[in-house]
Write a protein that binds this ligand. Structure first.
Ligand SMILES: C[S@@+](CC[C@H](N)C(=O)[O-])C[C@H]1O[C@@H](n2cnc3c(N)ncnc32)[C@H](O)[C@@H]1O
Length: 220
């Protein structure tokens, strides 16, 4: 199940910050890497934008940039729209309630993909999503990706961090178990190969916390 149910939007922002170590930092760094690019991106695709964290972080640093927000969950997308309105940036966002693959192949200067890829099996589905992004980026366009990689041997530090963020021991154990059993996490070298197959060249990492990695890649 990769499309989030509508009700997931209700407490998503509060939940995700307690589930993903360094979530706010990863999103903030994504926006800074985006804003450091010259010339500054005129149009940015945000695939699986959820409740809009990447868009709001990017819009705050890039005053003239337009964003394409793609999200199949109505609840998540409506929350993103409401937050964008509150920040006064709704007019710079084109909202698409759809899977990325079904949206027009309009060219973008950059794309952001945060916490989506690990939900897809590595049976061609991950590569297809990366290809769908590549098809919507101009040559040289930047992809900023945040995802959870294959687990390290020892989950104890992550379990401990989760408990420090208010999860009871059994709940922290359940989170780690879910990540191990239901997510499709791959090692970093496999991710790099999939990106290359999809038409990207990996340039630099910008974030790592436990198994969560932020990478920049360019459309070749
Ligand atoms: C964990 S949320 C991440 C939201 C946001 N990017 C963040 O980092 O907080 C994953 C989102 O991807 C959406 N999604 C799943 N498959 C998608 C697809 N093929 N195209 C666009 N969005 C998709 C889900 O509905 C969900 O809202």
């Amino acid at each position: 199940m990769t499309v989030f149910p509508d009700h997931a939007a209700e407490d998503y922002d509060e939940r995700i910050a307690r589930l993903v170590p360094g979530y706010g930092l990863a999103i903030g760094l994504m926006a800074h890497v985006l804003a450091a690019r010259r010339p500054r991106p005129a149009r940015v695709l945000v695939a699986g934008c959820g409740t809009g964290a990447e868009i709001l972080a990017g819009a705050a640093l890039l005053a003239d940039t337009r964003f394409t927000a793609v999200e199949p969950s109505a609840g998540m997308l409506e929350t993103a729209r409401r937050k964008a309105r509150a920040e006064g940036v709704e007019g710079r966002i084109d909202f698409h309630r759809d899977m990325l693959e079904n949206t027009p192949e309009a060219p973008h200067d950059a794309a952001m993909l945060s916490l989506v890829l690990h939900f897809l099996p590595d049976d061609g589905a991950k590569r297809d999503l990366l290809r769908a992004i590549a098809a919507r980026l101009r040559t040289g366009g930047q992809l900023l990706l945040v995802d959870a990689l294959a687990p390290q041997e020892d989950d104890a530090p992550l379990r401990d961090w989760l408990q420090g963020r208010g999860h009871a021991p059994a709940a922290a154990e359940a989170v780690v178990g879910r990540m191990r059993e239901t997510w499709h996490r791959i090692p970093r070298d496999r991710l790099v190969r999939l990106l290359e197959d999809a038409g990207f060249r990996v340039t630099a990492p910008f974030f790592q916390a436990f198994d969560y990695l932020g990478l920049e890649a360019r459309r070749t």
